[in-house]
Ligand binder design. Structure first.
Ligand code: GDP
Length: 290
């Protein structure tokens, strides 16, 4: 059962409910405190944690335990639903011909994720092609070209040409026969105006079906500000949280997802092109609270 997979510390807290056999305020408060601790440790925004805690407390005390459920199951269900409210059920990127535009700050893992996505679609039997419009970071062209070469994925780029918009325009013509076209745009150190403008121009000519924001799983509360700026500019259709193979639990990224009302499409769990997982809320919640 899904809810049985909730994290270890929460499991311990919920045992208290089993012992008491009924829902009293003191026990609920203890459970909520344990959840708060886990979420704050994972770097989830404090306000978000507080709002969620209040919802859980209120609902656990007010709502009747549905027939066929014991008090423990009732509270787990509420906790789970409230977490899903924050994290979202996930963005499902369909397996069909489409254009995807990658956005994110420099170092977030955007270029690596571009190659991972190409590999993902390739494995599903669709023909991917990648356009390198990151003319800003030295080495981005070679990095992506090499990654694509290893995967036997078609790559379009113009080394040394700073005209990212022109590259996308020509690239789209060049690879139009491919099923999934993934455009890697220039990462930003911060949200510089000229780079935002460039991103908007690329967006206007490429008409991407999806705009995926890559957020480093280890990023803290700056994630929200970044996500908001990207969202205000071209809109985000999904988030990829990278580097979740380490100790990071992605709490900052979750706060950003919640704030921009977006949801998570994939998570990055390593440096190789195979290390991309479709987002699954149950597994994610389990790791977050574990
Ligand atoms: P970009 O500047 O956003 O294009 O960032 P890169 O794609 O070059 O990634 C920056 C660094 O993060 C590189 O060393 C990648 O190998 C590493 N990286 C990217 N995604 C992951 C991931 O999911 N897990 C781990 N461990 N490292 C990652």
């Amino acid at each position: 059962m899904v809810m049985e997979k909730l994290g270890g510390s929460l499991q311990d807290a919920l045992k208290k409910l089993v012992k008491s056999g009924r829902i009293d305020e003191h026990t609920v408060n203890e459970v909520v405190k344990d959840i708060q601790r886990a979420m704050l440790q994972a770097d989830v925004n404090v306000k978000l944690v507080m709002t969620m805690s209040n919802h859980i407390k209120e609902r656990a005390m007010k709502e009747d335990v549905p027939s066929g459920m014991n008090p423990r199951e009732h509270v787990i269900r509420i906790v789970y639903q409230e977490l899903i409210n924050i994290i979202g059920k996930g963005t499902d990127i369909p397996l069909k011909p489409q254009k995807i535009m990658m956005i994110g700050l420099q170092g977030s893992g955007k270029t690596t994720t571009t190659s991972k996505l190409a590999r993902y679609f390739q494995r599903k039997g669709l023909r991917p092609a990648v356009i390198c419009a990151d003319t800003f970071r030295p080495g981005a062209y070679q990095q992506l070209k090499t990654l694509c070469g290893k995967l036997n994925v078609t790559f379009y780029g113009e080394e040394g040409n700073p005209d990212a918009v022109g590259i996308v325009e020509r690239g789209l013509k060049e690879v139009e026969k491919y099923d999934v076209i993934i455009i890697d745009t220039a990462g930003r150190h911060s949200l510089e105006k000229d780079l935002i403008e460039e991103m908007e121009q690329i967006h206007a000519i490429a008409h991407p079906d999806y705009k995926l924001l890559v957020l480093d799983g280890a990023i803290g509360q700056q994630a929200s500000e970044q996500a908001r700026a990207f969202n205000d500019s071209i809109g985000i259709s999904g988030v990829v949280i990278s580097k979740l193979d380490g100790t990071a639990k992605g709490g900052g990224a979750i706060s950003a997802v919640s704030e921009t009302n977006s949801s998570i499409a994939f998570i990055g769990v390593g440096e190789t092109p195979e290390d991309l997982e479709k987002f699954e809320s149950d597994r994610f919640i389990s790791k977050l609270l574990g």
